[in-house]
Write a new protein. Structure first.
Length: 435
């Protein structure tokens, strides 16, 4: 995490003080359950809560202890004992470090998912607002980067809305999958601790018990979580790249908002660059970079090793913080995006009507021409226009072979721009559930 791309709400989830607070809650809830089962004195469990519930843990002190013990959980428990006193000997009864570490990580990941879901709602709201605004704004559709057939800018935004709607559904599922708790002791057999302790802690921490753990919660759950973040990041970049293309000088159909006093270049005062979109591409790459280690973390030795631990200490904060920042930036970009319908129309007209070539092709086949012959007739009139040597409509009207099948009026009919948008309402109803 670096401050430049960090929002405080997400960063706070990963701060040491937050982590130690969660560790304490796990231990204290476990002590409550152990006390109810008669394993430890009830007074001891009450003392743990009373003395440490509102404590501010001394991160420097814990780090100092860890330098000697070389063990983070033991360092924390030692510091907790300094706060609680003799009753701290009843803390962590029958538990292993991973019970605390894994349960804590999943609490953090679920909290992070909640923030990311709120971010996605902001993106979806911005996309819907702008899509409805430009529902029927004509623009050129491109395949291979080349003019294809007309679409509307609203449809481009609707594509993104549908994609981020799927992202939200996936993240909800990933949150549910990672929201498990393991308090099962060494190698996961519950030999030293009753399963009812796990049930109590899980409920208290907003999780569900892991059906079967080893000494760790299975990492396929985390692999799915971080893979989902990676897919969302790809969706962020897909839209960002679209904006970058649309802002190119030769295109200029849309443009990032450029504030008063903003500078585009240290050398060229005229520059207005798509810096937000380019930034989103870079941030998306970083989120996706953590998918591979998440997948590799699934493969641990036997009941447990810690090859996953070092990776997760980085990927948990970095991936969630980065995606959080990217989604909020994307929502703002969409909300303030400058859209230029006149330039869209200018680009639509740039190829002299060639965007209607398929309609002419189909009209010829409906009047009796074979598809092969119709294709040749249309293409031989299209290629001169492509080279800037005429107008497509006029060339078709002058082509004697075309005129065998179509009258001037029938040819002109194929150049109706509105024809391409007759099902926009249907698409919008599918996407937004409204006409």
């Amino acid at each position: 995490m670096i401050p430049r791309y960090t929002r405080p709400e997400m960063a706070s989830i990963w701060e040491p003080q937050t982590r130690f607070k969660i560790w304490f809650e796990i231990e204290a809830h476990a002590a409550d359950a152990l006390a109810e089962l008669g394993t430890i004195p009830k007074e001891a469990a009450r003392t743990v809560w009373a003395k440490a519930k509102d404590a501010t843990f001394d991160v420097a002190r814990i780090d100092e202890i860890e330098r000697e013990t070389k063990h983070d959980v033991i360092a924390f428990l030692t510091h907790l004992a300094e706060i609680v006193g003799p009753e701290a000997r009843f803390v962590h009864q029958g538990m292993t470090s991973s019970d605390v570490l894994d349960t804590c990580l999943n609490v953090q990941l679920t909290r992070a998912a909640d923030l990311l879901l709120a971010d996605l709602d902001k993106v979806l709201a911005a996309l819907k607002k702008r899509a409805l605004e430009h529902k029927m704004t004509p623009t050129i559709g491109r395949s291979h980067g080349i003019h294809a057939e007309p679409v509307t800018f609203g449809l481009k935004l609707a594509y993104a809305y549908a994609e981020f709607s799927r992202a939200k559904e996936r993240l909800i599922a990933a949150r549910k999958e990672v929201a498990t708790c393991a308090i099962s002791g060494a190698v996961g057999t519950f030999a030293q601790i009753d399963p009812r302790v796990e049930q109590h802690v899980a409920k208290a921490m907003g999780l569900v018990p892991e059906p079967i753990s080893t000494q760790v919660i299975p990492r396929d759950r985390h692999a799915m979580y971080f893979s989902t973040l990676g897919v969302i990041a790809s969706s962020v970049e897909r839209f960002a790249v679209e904006i970058r293309h649309m802002q190119r000088t030769e295109v200029l159909e849309a443009e990032e908002f450029f504030s008063e006093g903003q500078k585009g270049s240290s050398a060229m005062p005229h520059k207005r660059n798509p810096v937000l979109s380019e930034n989103l591409s870079g941030l998306s790459r970083m989120v996706r970079a953590y998918v591979t280690p998440a997948l590799e973390n699934v493969v641990l030795w036997h009941e447990r090793d810690i090859s996953h631990s070092s990776a997760e200490r980085m990927m948990g904060p970095d991936a969630t913080v980065t995606l959080d920042f990217a989604l909020v930036r994307l929502a703002g970009l969409i909300d303030k995006l400058l859209v230029y319908p006149a330039n869209m129309q200018k680009n639509l007209d740039r190829l002299g009507g060639l965007v209607h070539s398929q309609r002419v092709l189909l009209a010829l086949t409906q009047k009796g021409a074979s598809r092969e012959d119709a294709y040749k007739l249309v293409q031989r009139n299209a290629m001169p226009v492509w080279r800037g040597e005429g107008d497509f409509l006029q060339l078709l009207k002058k082509d004697a072979e075309v005129k065998k099948y179509l009258t001037d009026a029938e040819i002109e009919e194929q150049f109706d721009l509105g024809y391409h948008f007759k099902h926009v309402d249907t698409i919008f109803k599918r996407v937004f559930g409204e006409s």
